[in-house]
Ligand binder design. Structure first.
Ligand SMILES: Cc1ncc(COP(=O)(O)O)c(C=O)c1O
Length: 395
């Protein structure tokens, strides 16, 4: 096979190899566009229309949670959770340092102090064995993140939370349809949050949901989501006019987005089956390469059904990880790292974060690389990705 260099510096082999493989790609799964048209024809494209209700019902039934409210993002669902907590300035919220900024920013916005926990070196989830050492009389909540859609150790986390009367809010941005001990992620905490961002298994571009497992919180959550008004009660005919009754903001997505999302939700089984095949292909074809070099692969404990959200490798060092990303980029393949440790971010340092505080997080953040993963990734793409990885000089 002849090789040549393009102007962009990408090394090309066959015609197929000239086509870049993106890290992520928005994909249609079924009737998304027909439903968007239907929403427009119905004359209702603002929030809480017919498609929002259909999505909420489908998610609630499928996951077995008492309440579901679609939101404009997972970030906004987390902000609603923080409002529902009624935090006082100086209250503390425990989160893994290895997470997206919104997991904690939502609570800091309400005056909370972030307390950063380290992660387990196997699942990369919040290390439950280190939780109790972080508790103080000001601790109000724990926010476990089901990293890569593999469940955190919820038995231990819930037991600690119960003993210390703390609220558990699951950040389930990655874990839609994943399970822990046979129960859906998102059904354990009093509250949980989902993301339907473009990079997630099921998506509407930007979107999210608040899952409410304590029905006592549903009415207030509806108010917070509707700018602090009791508009939802008005729509249901439970009050004859609506007014400002609490804090709140605009967390309601357009029914156009809900229509798109419903088209994806209807296809959750084929989407998940496809993603499972993608994950298993990577695992099967990279296992030996990784093991021979002493690198790391995702760990999924037997009691967890993962959501097949992502596939990552743990390389030996930051220098190697950066070389690896550049090596794939030269071959037209886009791969990305994940999470700069929050305790070492400028904001984290303001709250006392320092190097060495979360050693597992610091190592993983240097060494982790995520491979392309989207619903239209083909076996030919994956074969090319695996071949490119096998050419990586890893010595
Ligand atoms: C763990 C986690 N939580 C929250 C979010 C925020 O999601 P969204 O973009 O829907 O606000 C992300 C984003 O990817 C995430 O990875």
């Amino acid at each position: 096979m002849s090789r040549s260099h393009s102007n962009s510096g990408i090394i090309f082999g066959s015609i197929d190899e000239m086509i870049p493989i993106p890290f992520n790609k928005p994909c249609l799964a079924g009737r998304e566009l027909a439903y968007v048209n239907q929403a427009i024809s119905s004359g209702w494209i603002s929030g809480d229309g017919a498609f929002t209700k259909k999505c909420q019902k489908l998610i609630a039934q499928h996951l077995g949670v008492s309440g579901v409210l679609l939101t404009t993002s997972c970030t906004h669902a987390l902000e609603m959770a923080a409002l529902l907590l009624d935090l006082e300035p100086g209250d503390e919220v425990i989160v893994p340092s290895f997470t997206f900024v919104s997991t904690i920013n939502a609570f800091v916005l309400r005056g909370a102090k972030p307390v950063f926990a380290d992660i387990r070196s196997d699942t990369l989830n919040l290390d439950e064995s280190k939780l109790e050492a972080l508790l103080t009389p000001r601790t109000r909540a724990i926010v476990p993140v089901h990293y890569a859609g593999v469940g955190c150790e919820m038995d231990s986390i819930l037991e600690i939370a119960k003993r210390h009367r703390l609220m558990v809010i699951e950040d389930n941005a990655h874990g839609f349809f994943g399970k822990y001990r046979g129960r859906y992620l998102g059904s354990f905490g009093r509250l949980a949050t989902q993301s339907f961002h473009e990079t997630k298994n099921i998506s509407c571009g930007e979107g999210g949901a608040l899952l409410i497992n304590d029905s006592a919180l549903i009415e207030r959550a509806e108010i917070l989501r509707e700018k602090g008004t009791n508009r939802s009660l008005f729509f249901r005919g439970q009050v004859d006019k609506y007014t400002w009754v609490d804090l709140g903001s605009s967390y309601v997505p357009s029914d156009l987005l809900a229509a798109f999302l419903y088209g994806q939700l209807e296809k959750v089984e084929p989407i998940q089956a496809k993603r499972r095949r993608i994950w298993e292909f990577y695992h099967e074809h990279l296992r030996n390469w990784v093991e021979e070099r002493g690198f790391g692969l995702p760990v999924v404990p037997a009691h967890c059904d993962q959501s097949y959200h992502m596939f990552y490798l743990l390389l030996a060092s930051l220098e190697m990880r950066q070389r690896f990303i550049a090596h794939l980029k030269e071959r037209g393949i886009s791969s990305v790292f994940h999470y700069v440790p929050l305790h070492l971010s400028p904001m984290g340092c303001k709250y006392g974060g320092r190097p060495g505080q979360c050693p597992v997080t610091e190592r993983v953040s240097d060494c982790l690389v995520r491979l392309p993963f989207h619903n239209e990734l083909t076996e030919a793409d994956q074969t090319r990705i695996v071949a490119a990885i096998e050419q990586f000089p890893s010595g």
